[in-house]
Design a protein around this ligand. Structure first.
Ligand SMILES: Cc1cc2nc3c(=O)[nH]c(=O)nc-3n(C[C@H](O)[C@H](O)[C@H](O)COP(=O)(O)OP(=O)(O)OC[C@H]3O[C@@H](n4cnc5c(N)ncnc54)[C@H](O)[C@@H]3O)c2cc1C
Length: 250
């Protein structure tokens, strides 16, 4: 069985996001990029399944401009065998266009299991994995925190409301999205990073995107007002008054 992991490159959570001058999108200048943390869980799980002798090959697939190869190399350094870069410009298309291009690349790899993150931490759509499953005509189990593999059969545990668990059985091929807690992703070792430089990254040109939903504007939350600093016990009555009249919390 081959496993494919969808890996998206996203801005580091520490990044300070700025808007483009015309508000048409975010200004990505100077951003530090990382592999989507939920996709790290997916990569780790694929590697564990392979190391347990239940899969032969782990291929990571990403869509985006040239910079995303860095995220694919991170997954290769963790231990994935090979990568596919679906090469687009900075602007490509909406969820469906992205999912169609990814599904076409995944189909060629004929996997028994496709692992993804539960969501990308930048745009938080949580849409791509379901669309890819639908386009491939296979089952899907979202937000999983444990997976068991037995030949072409899978058992997955999902966390649901109130700490309850659901157990879902599925047959290959299946798409599963990883939740936090599925595992503890490994750090890439120095030999892993060196080896990753020599691992193959195939480049694919996607079909032209047909975009049905268009992003029209972006905005940032209003700047928070500066806080007030009080000193000395004599300011307590003033603080209590403001908590009542301004903050309205007491
Ligand atoms: C290069 C590029 C150009 C874009 N251009 C436009 C545009 O013109 N108009 C517009 O409206 N939107 C555009 N988008 C946004 C795009 O619609 C969303 O990024 C995409 O649908 C994924 O949604 P999400 O990021 O919320 O991921 P989710 O749906 O939250 O992601 C879930 C999981 O799917 C997988 N996944 C998602 N995206 C990728 C990816 N690119 N590569 C590999 N795995 C992935 C990951 O495993 C991820 O954990 C663009 C995105 C990219 C990467």
């Amino acid at each position: 069985m081959n496993i494919v992991v969808l890996c998206k490159q996203v801005p580091d959570t520490e990044s300070r996001i700025k808007l483009k001058g015309d508000g048409s999108g975010f200004d990505m200048e100077g951003i530090k990029w990382i592999l989507n943390p939920y996709d790290e869980y997916a990569v780790e799980e694929a590697l564990k399944i392979k190391e347990a002798g239940k899969a032969e090959k782990v291929t990571v697939v990403g869509l985006g401009p040239d910079r995303i190869v860095e995220a694919l190399r991170t997954a290769l350094a963790m231990g994935a065998d090979e990568a596919v870069h679906v090469k687009t410009g900075d602007d490509y298309g909406d969820n469906l266009a992205v999912a169609k291009a990814l599904a076409a690349a995944v189909k060629d790899l004929n996997p028994g299991l496709v692992l993804t993150g539960r969501q990308a931490i930048d745009t938080d759509m949580g849409a791509v994995q379901s669309m890819v499953a639908e386009l491939l005509g296979c089952g899907q189990v979202n937000v999983v925190s444990k997976i068991e593999v037995d030949g072409g059969k899978f058992k997955a545990w999902r966390d649901i409301e109130g700490g309850a668990k659901q157990v879902v059985e599925a047959q290959a091929p299946v798409v599963m999205s990883a939740n936090k807690g599925l595992n503890e992703p490994r750090y890439a070792s120095l030999p892993g990073i060196m080896k990753a430089k020599r691992k193959p990254v195939a480049v694919k040109e996607p079909a032209a995107a047909v975009t049905k939903a268009k992003l029209t504007a972006c905005s940032l939350p209003e700047e928070r007002k500066a806080g007030k600093v009080f000193q000395g016990v004599e300011s307590v009555p003033e603080v209590v008054k403001l908590l009542r009249t301004e903050a309205k919390v007491i």
